[in-house]
Design a protein around this ligand. Structure first.
Ligand SMILES: [Fe+2]
Ligand SMILES: [Fe+2]
Length: 218
């Protein structure tokens, strides 16, 4: 990802983006990152009188991505391209399934990612899919480029987080031991998100039987 090194992004090597130290990062996250996110959600719930609806904790930096003109443009093109698709689609339901599965795994494993970073990566991971339909460019390549353009305009992520998100988008399509921890998490959540056991196109699907999700799990 040599094109990641742009204004507002951290270098992949050294600089503002030191090598991952999962053990120490996990400790940091439990103490400094995950807890404030959880606290915010409970604060929101506590501040709102119970009226039968659950309150959600807003994520303005993620909303800034969703409402960015480039995201809206590419999302619209993808929605049109998949209007008659019988196989898995890549609209908001899928993006949020991936975000929620990924964040459940973050909490269960004590991984060092802010909720907003996980949701941003999930929201952006298939943003290049329309480019793949239209001219054959691999969607993880187009997606990383589009994600980078969007994130240049979005406040609320530091340069290291923006670099992590773009790299994860680029890595989400294939498993690699060399991928970043967020890239691996995104890959796993993406694959786990598909309820193959209720899919009417299951028999014609390109996924092997071993890879299909044939029951409920996390
Ligand atoms: Fe994808
Ligand atoms: Fe996906």
């Amino acid at each position: 990802m040599d094109d990641v090194e742009r204004e507002g992004f951290a270098s992949e090597e050294g600089g503002e983006n030191p090598p991952h130290d999962t053990a120490s990062e996990a400790t940091f996250v439990r103490a400094e990152v995950v807890s404030p996110s959880l606290k915010r959600a409970s604060d929101v719930a506590a501040e709102r009188p119970h009226d039968g609806f659950a309150a959600i904790a807003p994520m303005p930096e993620v909303e800034a991505i969703r409402t960015h003109r480039l995201f809206a443009e590419w999302y619209g093109r993808l929605e049109a391209a998949e209007a008659d698709r019988e196989f898995c689609r890549h609209q908001m339901t899928h993006l949020l399934d991936v975000a929620r599965i990924a964040y459940i795994r973050v909490l269960e494993r004590g991984l060092p990612f802010r909720k907003e970073v996980v949701y941003a990566a999930a929201l952006l991971h298939d943003v290049g899919k329309a480019a793949q339909y239209e001219d054959g460019e691999p969607h993880e390549v187009a997606g990383a480029r589009i994600a980078q353009e969007i994130l240049l305009d979005v406040e609320g992520f530091d340069p290291r987080e923006k670099t992590m998100i773009v790299a994860a988008v680029a890595q989400h399509r294939r498993w690699s031991d060399a991928s970043t921890p967020l890239g691996k998490l995104l890959y796993e959540a993406d694959k786990a998100s598909r309820p193959c056991f209720v899919c009417s196109a299951r028999e014609a699907c390109a996924w092997s039987d071993e890879r299909k999700n044939m029951g409920i799990g996390i």
